[in-house]
Design a protein around this ligand. Structure first.
Ligand code: GLU
Length: 336
């Protein structure tokens, strides 16, 4: 059976952790929701490890993350430890696919070499705004188009330049499964963006698009922090003639200061809860309760929530975890 036919019309979802640190409750809730979405639709669930940021990847973390997600009660049909038709499921082993996509962008005259440092960009930007992704790229190296017939320009490995893709002005609109109708103008917000970094690794935006297409993802369920990246990813899908998946951006969990939940908030990791002897059903139940999918204090395995997920409306608002709530999680207690 051809690859495409096998996956025809079946919902395929994924969770794509970066093995850079312990999974905390916020990550776990996103994983749970992505899993519930796939399972409630009778779909397949894929685990993909996004380990391209070599400077931040920590040895051994991938296995720990997978163990903890299993402990929580999630399972996957395809992934680094179970294999599958789209293997390998670890990005650092998928370089050939990213190289092919870069070549295609170069052949279409969309790719250019950029030698700018972060500082150059900050200084050249006329109206730098301190967004999470830094100031908009001012177009300094835009004219230095990559000639695909010069092998050194696309050769893998460290280089003194990054590769950026040209972005034309205009809104990119999509209908998000939770956030509703969204429009972003990447040309105004980030400008031409990096698709291969100076260290030779494919940038997140490129790798995620190539992999979601190659792995036949029909739905991308992930944290709302990636909502604005979606517009850039849609532009790449169009440029590479790849299908655009449905997007479902689930609200983040915030710490008491209103920032994304992180270790510095004392955010509890799944590993800490497991070691403290908290039953996984309590953790899954609490996560589900924060999305209105379980009663406060209810202990329930993810499999017990699948039927409730169908048709449930997820709030678009982030969940703020209070200091007291975090302390209770550490103690393994119930309630908010
Ligand atoms: N690897 C990304 C992260 O851990 C997720 C990317 C995605 O789901 O598209 O934040």
């Amino acid at each position: 059976m051809p690859h495409g036919a096998k996956f025809a019309r079946m919902v395929r979802g994924r969770f794509a952790p970066s093995p850079t640190g312990a999974l905390h409750l916020g990550n776990a809730r996103t994983a749970l929701l992505a899993w519930l979405h796939a399972r409630a639709h009778g779909g397949a669930f894929v685990m993909r490890v996004e380990d391209l940021d070599v400077g931040r990847v920590r040895p051994g973390i991938m296995q720990t993350q997978l163990d903890e997600l299993r402990w929580l009660g999630l399972d996957w049909d395809e992934g680094p430890d179970v294999g599958g038709p789209c293997a390998p499921y670890v990005q650092s082993r998928r370089q050939a696919l990213y190289d092919a996509a870069l070549r295609r962008l170069a052949e279409d005259g969309r790719l250019f070499q950029c030698t700018c440092s972060r500082r150059d960009i900050a200084q050249a930007a006329s109206a730098p705004h301190a967004g999470e992704e830094g100031p908009r790229y001012p177009g300094t190296c835009r004219a230095r188009l990559v000639d695909p017939s010069v092998p050194s320009l696309l050769a893998h490995g460290r280089a003194h330049f990054a590769l950026r893709v040209r972005v034309e002005a205009g809104d990119v609109c999509f209908s998000d499964g939770v956030m509703g109708d969204c429009c972003f103008d990447p040309a105004a917000e980030t400008g031409d963006f990096v698709v291969r970094r100076k260290d030779g690794a494919a940038a997140y935006q490129l790798a995620v698009v190539v992999d979601d297409a190659a792995m036949r993802m029909t739905h991308v369920v992930r944290g709302a922090d990636l909502l604005s990246s979606t517009a850039r990813q849609i532009l790449l899908c169009r440029a590479l003639a790849l299908p655009v998946p449905e997007f479902v951006h689930v609200p983040l969990m915030l710490g008491p200061d209103g920032e994304r939940l992180a270790k510095r908030h004392g955010a509890v990791s799944l590993g800490e809860l497991r070691e403290a002897g908290v039953p996984p059903e309590r953790v899954a139940g609490w996560l589900a309760a924060t999305c209105g999918l379980a009663q406060p204090g209810e202990a329930v395995a993810p499999a017990g929530v699948v039927a409730r997920f169908h048709g449930a409306r997820l709030s678009t608002a982030p969940t703020t975890v209070t200091q007291a709530g975090l302390a209770r999680r550490r103690g393994g207690g119930a309630g908010g």
